[in-house]
Design a protein around this ligand. Sequence first.
Ligand SMILES: NC(=O)c1ccc[n+]([C@@H]2O[C@H](COP(=O)([O-])OP(=O)(O)OC[C@H]3O[C@@H](n4cnc5c(N)ncnc54)[C@H](O)[C@@H]3O)[C@@H](O)[C@H]2O)c1
Length: 671
Amino acid sequence: MDRLTAEKRMEELTKLIERHNRLYHEEDRPEISDQEYDQLVRELIALEENFPELAQPDSPTKRVGGAPLPFFEKVVHKTPMLSLGNAFSEEDLRDFDRRVRQAVGNQAVRYVCELKIDGLAVSLLYENGLFVKGATRGDGTTGEDITQNLRTIRSIPLRLRRPLSLEARGEAYMPKPAFEKLNKEREERGEPLFANPRNSAAGSLRQLDPKIAASRQLDTFIYSIGDLQGESVESHSEGLDLLESLGFKVNPERRTYSDIEEVIAFINSWTQKRPSLPYEIDGMVIKVDSYAQQEELGFTAKSPRWAIAYKFPAEEAVTILEGIEVSVGRTGTVTPTALLKPVSLAGTTVKRASLHNEDIIREKGLLIGDHVVVKKAGDIIPEIVAVLPERRTGDETPFSMPTHCPECGSELVRLEDEVALRCINPMCPALIREGIIHFVSRTAMNIDGLGEKVVAQLYNDGIIHSVADLYYLHQQRDVLLGMERMGEKSVDNLLAAIEASKENSLERLLFGLGIRLVGAKAAKVLAEHFGHMDGIAQAQEEEFTLIDEIGPKMAASLYQYFRQPQAEAVIERLKAAGVNMAYKGVRVEGGENLPFSGKTIVVTGTLSAMSRQEAEETIARLGGKVTGSVSKKTDLVIVGEKAGSKLEKAEKLGVAVMDEAGFLQILENNG
Ligand SMILES: NC(=O)c1ccc[n+]([C@@H]2O[C@H](COP(=O)([O-])OP(=O)(O)OC[C@H]3O[C@@H](n4cnc5c(N)ncnc54)[C@H](O)[C@@H]3O)[C@@H](O)[C@H]2O)c1
């Protein structure tokens, strides 16, 4: 970037940040998310580093908070109440550790890790054990006198257990239940809602009438001691212990470590556990424990060099909807997918989000170019949860769903009581291709080495036209060898996996055919009931409905499927290739012999080997019942990476827990 452009952008950023500071710190009504704000600040810092001569002495990167409100008495802090430097990654934390160790020479360092409570900083002055004055941080030098409001918070002792004079600093916050209750009441009264518990706590403490603050159920955690008279402490952790013994509420989730890697592990554990807390935390604070070392490290204009705030990755992010792509699935349903301006969300970059169906586009009033809020649903698939119409510029354009299939051009239809549009052309390349992808998938025929890309290539190049053609691929070894990324070894493995799949029990084949409405569980029931494909293919519609688990719609779908000449041809070709058509399990009523029979199972966290849906279908195939939440009735919880509150609950209730490796072992043992 040239100097002139940088100068312009820096001015622009300064104005923007100042505006958002005012809205957030002075008016308690932010318009953008903290992540967006932090992004603006990081951009300005980077420009100031690249063009130091352009950095302004009063830049918002060097200032703390906002101006105190005029209708409160002012309190000048004895020592400034500063902000904290930020860390957004493990690398940032290791850099902090390197800086600290460099500054203190070869001395050993101990860190205290604390939760970063999302409220507002308060200063509490005590004289001879009595609470005499309480203030906000304000601009760091001067805060607002909110003593009367602070007196209403029960966890702030009005008299200490010993008559000491000191300043206690901490965070005043609104617990989640109180925040939800407050916003519900405001909604009922038609008043504007608070954006988050932090802003509602700040708003409550800056009321002129203490009765209002008293009604807001605020709480505190105290995290530092200063100006202590007549006694002394040598370290931050000792200070916290003293505060606790004097009657302050100090957060119990604090730990001391000497190795930054232990600090990182502790932080990561909280990234997962934080939803279970009854109050909001937006990160973790890491502080050098020894006061002597803190002194050596000192301060920048805005923050201490001996502490850093690690900010959790965003669970929601704001970005721009750049377009909508429409694709056709194996059952012909047409699904729109949002194409997003790439944004970082919970540790990954998100570029696409599911929109499920057109109704969502209409309900949410989405326009191309809109600012949207994206969230990771169940921490895996991002989705659009809100549109921000107030951020429209007028350049946004509406989107309408196509009337014809983007792959085969035939007219799309809406089947009765369905919201989604469908392509009903059985010869549509999308339906066939996606159908083959489903057929080879882990929960169906489980053919290793046939990923989506390989299937798409085989189909697009005209090497296969249906699932049956897979079983004749050995006749085209040379063609396979000519494909990209296909060496001798991978072709051999692939052909062996296809050969092995011929031995699968009937339910896998039946599920793999992708008959509308027939999921893994129904396929199992049918296979068990009929024992052979021929029985199913020849059955009358009524015969299906006599089976408990099969409803009239599925019965109709099954009957129609087997009356199609293409379906008949595919099954004949599969038979001719030697694909097993019989049920191989023991035909016992209810399938008691399956590993998960009669078990209620919950899956939580991210599995590495398969999607959540695949896992659930597999469990169903193995006799288990999958539910969404953990209770006393749950028999087993299967946990993947980043399992959160469900794992905790299972542990609390004493429910059995199995990791992914254990789960995969069971799958392996059960074909
Ligand atoms: N959305 C917006 O428009 C907007 C605007 C301005 C600021 N902000 C948010 O506010 C931040 C800047 O505010 P800040 O200066 O208060 O910095 P900060 O929130 O990043 O960190 C400093 C504050 O952390 C708090 N804290 C909580 N637990 C603590 C603990 N255990 N030990 C020490 N401190 C603890 C203290 O109040 C302290 O003042 C931004 O990074 C952004 O997240 C948002």
